[in-house]
Design a protein around this ligand. Structure first.
Ligand code: BTN
Length: 249
């Protein structure tokens, strides 16, 4: 791994995910594209990611596993990318005095409010992860949000402080590289992910998206493939994929 990562700051772009995709062939492993303003920021489930220009971190990282000293990642283990990214975010926030939780698979929450969203887009080749574009939207200095954004909060809302965006991004990348260096310690990473998991081990309401029914369940763990294991009202543990369960908050 190189000593430093290249961070390219752009004034305006449609989406840093799209920009990394477009430039991918000319970018080094762990290159970062950050934008002060995104005109078509993308979120999970086809949603838009809209934040105020210049007030937050919106950036994407190109990760090429199996090169430059970074271990290869089999396709079946790709959830480890969610784990290391969210753990690096969790630690970065902890360093700023903010106690956060990871809402499976890769949102970051403080209490019942979302402070950060992550969009991971992987390409697979020969049963391995060939490339991963990791997009992160961290609410930093914005204090008021569009009413259509569900339960938002920001670092400034929580601490009253204004953060330097470039400094914060550099701190996050240090944390991310720390996590990458421990990529092969899968069991320890899983334990740390579970210990930071939102709603782990306690009873809460969810919607089963297939039947549109509400139920009370308890998150008991994460499967090898990264599915959410939930103890159902009848005591049976069920595994849910990302689009199969929705949290009632
Ligand atoms: C979510 O829906 O929670 C994921 C949001 C991810 C947003 C980030 S902002 C930087 C990168 N560029 C995008 O277009 N999306 C991601």
């Amino acid at each position: 791994m190189k000593d430093r990562v290249a961070i390219k700051w752009m004034e305006t772009v449609d989406s840093t995910q799209n920009e990394v995709q477009r430039q991918q062939d000319g970018l080094d492993n762990l290159s970062v594209v950050a934008a002060r303003n995104q005109t078509a920021g993308r979120g999970q489930r086809g949603n838009r990611w809209k934040t105020r220009p210049g007030e937050n971190l919106t950036f994407s990282i190109l990760l090429l596993p199996g090169r430059d000293g970074i271990p290869a990642i089999p396709a079946g283990d790709q959830f480890v990318i969610s784990e290391i990214v969210t753990l690096a975010l969790h630690t970065t926030l902890e360093d700023a005095g903010i106690p956060s939780k990871i809402k499976w698979p890769n949102d970051i929450y403080v209490g019942d409010r979302k402070i950060c969203g992550v969009l991971i887009e992987n390409t697979l080749q020969g049963g391995m992860v060939h490339s991963s574009i990791i997009g992160i939207g961290l609410n930093v200095n914005q204090t008021e949000f569009d009413p259509e954004v569900m339960n938002p909060t920001s670092m400034k809302n929580l601490t009253g402080r204004t953060f330097d965006l470039q400094e914060l991004l550099a701190l996050f990348m240090d944390r991310f590289r720390d996590e990458l260096s421990k990529l092969t310690q899968r069991r320890i990473t899983r334990v740390r992910y579970l210990s930071a998991l939102y709603r782990f081990g306690t009873l809460h309401s969810y919607t089963d998206c297939a039947t549109e029914t509400v139920f009370e369940g308890k998150i008991t763990g994460i499967s090898q493939q990264g599915l959410l294991c939930v103890e159902m009202p009848d005591g049976i543990i069920r595994e849910f994929g990302f689009k199969e369960i929705s949290y009632i908050i």
